[in-house]
Write a protein that binds this ligand. Structure first.
Ligand code: RIB
Ligand code: CA
Length: 313
């Protein structure tokens, strides 16, 4: 893909501070064409993640990009949110204006089915929240699997979780959906915590953007909240911008190193619910099904993200 032939993507998200930066990175990158956002309950209620998605698109002057409202809860389980991290509204910190428009009519499934059907070339799906919507797509649209170039999703971990000792938040919220997606035949790339925990920004990055314009101030205020939370809760130097790594990976595939191996999801155990079991050493006879991120070039990621964020006025 290149600027002359941008990769067409649909981003399924639950904004969320890092989702917001993923949207801003995607809309600042000529290598990508963001065909639409679909929203899911996760970091906050879906009405909040939808409002936040609309606000972020207004912020980058892209109210032309459609936003379709998705799942209000996981497939089987009750919703758990990350209000402790992102705030009750899902985007604590900045106090932006209300969205300039409502979400678009039509379901996520209708939007994705029409978009895939009409596409001349396969489209890339990106997911940065629980995989509830994506599970519906791969289940209900088997006749369109060939029109999905790949799914790049932020979720899971090879080792430690971040919401329980065993599980990363996106997978934990809807483990049944994640299990369906892992067992689907589409190409999948997992951007998990081993990669995203290296992809952090700190106060210096917030201050670099502050005062550079409306978008710069918006990002600085997002980071003030998100960095402050991680410094206080985990005593880390900064906040991992988890979701932006999915977009950065599509812009520059050299950033993230991956291995192709088997990933299965724990859906039964109370203790380890939502764990992604990654067969790094191929010790099982299970076939490889996911390209799993193992390392990231942190400096290159930060340079890319900061330069693209700074390009928004
Ligand atoms: O575990 C990190 C993930 O959970 C990110 O997508 C963040 O936005 C939250 O949804
Ligand atoms: Ca997210």
């Amino acid at each position: 893909m290149s600027e002359n032939n941008p990769r067409k993507i649909i981003l399924d998200c639950d904004p969320g501070h890092d989702d917001a930066l993923a949207i801003m990175l995607a809309t600042a990158s000529p290598e990508l064409e963001l065909l639409g956002l679909t929203t899911v309950a996760g970091n906050s209620l879906v009405e909040n993640t939808t409002r936040n998605a609309l606000i972020v698109l207004d912020m980058v002057n892209r109210a032309d990009i459609p936003v379709h409202v998705g799942a209000v809860k996981p497939l089987l389980r009750e919703l758990r949110t990350a209000a402790s991290m992102h705030g009750d509204g899902g985007l604590d910190g900045p106090v932006p204006a209300a969205p300039s428009r409502p979400a678009d009519d039509g379901s996520v499934l209708e939007f994705i089915e029409k978009t895939l059907t009409d596409a001349a070339e396969p489209i890339t799906l990106v997911a940065t929240g629980p995989l509830t919507n994506i599970a519906a797509v791969v289940t209900e649209l088997p006749h369109l699997h060939h029109k999905i170039a790949e799914l790049v999703f932020m979720g899971g971990a090879i080792e430690l979780g971040n919401w329980t000792p065993a599980a990363e938040f996106n997978i934990l919220v809807d483990p049944e959906a994640a299990d369906i997606v892992m067992n689907s035949p589409i190409k999948k790339t997992m951007i998990g915590l081993e990669v995203t925990h290296e992809a952090w920004l700190d106060d210096s990055h917030a201050n670099e953007l502050r005062g550079t314009g409306q978008c710069g101030d918006f990002v600085a205020e997002l980071l003030d909240h998100f960095v402050g939370f991680h410094q206080q809760r985990f005593e880390w130097p900064g906040a991992p911008i988890h979701d932006a790594v999915t977009i950065a990976h599509l812009i520059d595939p050299s950033l993230v190193t991956t291995i192709f191996t088997n990933v299965t999801v724990e859906t039964q155990s109370e203790l380890t619910l939502g764990r992604t079991v990654v067969d790094v050493y191929s010790v099982t006879d299970k076939s490889p099904n996911v390209h799993v991120g193992t390392h990231i070039n942190r400096d290159q990621f930060v340079t890319l993200l900061m330069s693209r964020l700074a390009s928004h006025s």
